[in-house]
Design a binder for this molecule. Structure first.
Ligand code: SF4
Length: 423
């Protein structure tokens, strides 16, 4: 039996796409190999959003140069790839296809297109586990943040039909799924064409808030998350929907900078005041909600003072976690035409400064959980301990437990470290 392995770069959306590609391999009788070394076919689901991911693809090609030359390994390229990266990478892969055309993957693998429909959302993914499902609700982006390549590689926003989304969620719930993560480049601008498919008793008006309400009604689903949300679309209805009982006690909302001039240069379409307002409103309905964010340091023209505004704003909001990136230009974007004038060393300094602040605040915030009870969905069960995320997306380790993967347990926190809470 032939084996396959998928290497996924980038965001959760790409991971979800890989689950759909895996379903195609499995449908055709391929067996999953746990590493590229052991696979007959390796598919790379790429991401051009950061140069580091592209560099890693070149690293993969170099590592398996002999296998490729001797035709011992077939290689496939798909995912978000900027045209110039695609042009250079394509020559080194046996097959390149657009992830939305999974029927082409079937054609390449079997020489026929018997099973896989043209609509890739029709393919039920091969989820990594049965108790957590990533469900794409839209793809593409119309926002054109000046540093971001996504609108160029994914195209404009297009939303999935409500019927289709709810059918996928119901199917997952029937199979024992407890946690749903709704995915999209800009989930809260969800705008489906079949608005009539919402229930009559749905109390909301805004499509994304309405969708959250529908998912909240699904029997068996216990936790709902979403990523990525844009602050400009975080309106009062979406904020109100965050209070639905099954919503996780966590919001990931990209800030990118704590300085209004930089936000404007980034074309983010909100100010720090708008962002703070969202957090204040949210705090009124969910006082203990954990907030995660993304921040870019060293955007072109970012002065020391502007960076310090980010530090001050970070202190003010007291984020639970932040994913920090040093700015690097992506060809074809508006920001790539600006002078990348913050030196690499200065970007590193700013990154470390913000990282240190984050770790200090994260530890302090985690200490507030000491002696309190949290609900954990177990996703790792070892001999001596089990681990999972709480509703606040805090990693929790439970020693001496009999927990199995997929269990939801309430536990009291005994120790709080920066990256983990211990029971
Ligand atoms: S909202 Fe901005 S950062 Fe996010 S995908 Fe769209 S363009 Fe990129």
């Amino acid at each position: 039996m032939q084996t396959y392995h998928i290497i996924t770069f980038g965001c959760q959306m790409n991971r979800s796409d890989s689950e759909r590609a895996a379903a195609v391999f499995e449908r055709l009788g391929y067996r999953l190999a746990d590493s590229a070394e052991r696979a007959d076919i390796v598919a790379v689901n790429a991401c051009s959003v950061r140069q580091t991911a592209i560099n890693r693809i070149w690293g993969f090609l170099k590592k398996f140069e002999n296998e490729r030359n001797e035709k011992k390994m077939t290689t496939i390229l798909t995912g978000c790839v900027l045209p110039e990266d695609r042009k250079r990478l394509s020559k080194n892969f046996d097959f390149v296809f657009n992830i939305k055309n999974l029927n082409e993957l079937e054609m390449f693998l079997s020489g026929r297109n018997l099973y896989i429909s043209k609509n890739y959302f029709d393919i039920l993914p091969k989820y990594d586990n049965y108790f957590q499902s990533n469900v794409p609700i839209m793809s593409g982006c119309d926002n054109y943040c000046s540093y971001c390549a996504v609108p160029y590689v994914r195209g404009g926003e297009s939303s999935r039909k409500i019927k289709e989304i709810l059918a996928e969620i119901n199917e997952s719930a029937k199979n024992g799924c407890k946690e749903i993560t709704l995915l999209g480049q800009n989930v809260n601008s969800f705008s489906p064409e079949d608005a009539e498919s919402f229930s009559e008793q749905n109390p909301f008006n805004h499509a994304f808030a309405k969708l959250l309400w529908e998912v909240n009604q699904t029997v068996g689903i216990e936790r709902i998350l979403f990523v990525a949300a844009h602050p400009k679309d975080m309106n009062d209805e979406v904020i109100a929907a965050m209070a639905l009982p099954k919503m996780a006690n966590y919001l990931h909302l990209a800030l990118q900078s704590g300085d209004n001039e930089i936000l404007n240069a980034m074309n983010r379409k909100y100010t720090v005041e708008d962002y703070e307002n969202i957090i204040l409103k949210l705090g009124k309905i969910k006082p203990n909600i954990a907030i995660g964010t993304d921040i870019i340091v060293g955007f072109p023209g970012e002065t020391r003072e502007q960076f310090e505004n980010t530090l001050k704003f970070y202190e003010k909001i007291k984020f639970d976690i932040a994913f920090l990136a040093m700015y690097s230009p992506r060809r074809g974007t508006v920001a790539a035409k600006l002078k990348d004038d913050v030196s690499r060393d200065e970007k590193k300094r700013r990154w470390h400064e913000l990282q240190d602040l984050m770790e200090k605040i994260t530890l302090k915030k985690n200490q507030k959980y000491l002696g309190t009870e949290v609900s954990v969905l177990i996703d790792k069960a070892e001999k001596d301990f089990a681990e999972g995320n709480s509703r606040e997306m805090k990693r929790v380790r439970i020693y001496n437990s009999n927990c199995k993967k997929g269990d939801i347990v309430n536990v009291k926190i005994k120790e709080a470290l920066t990256w983990i809470l211990i029971v």
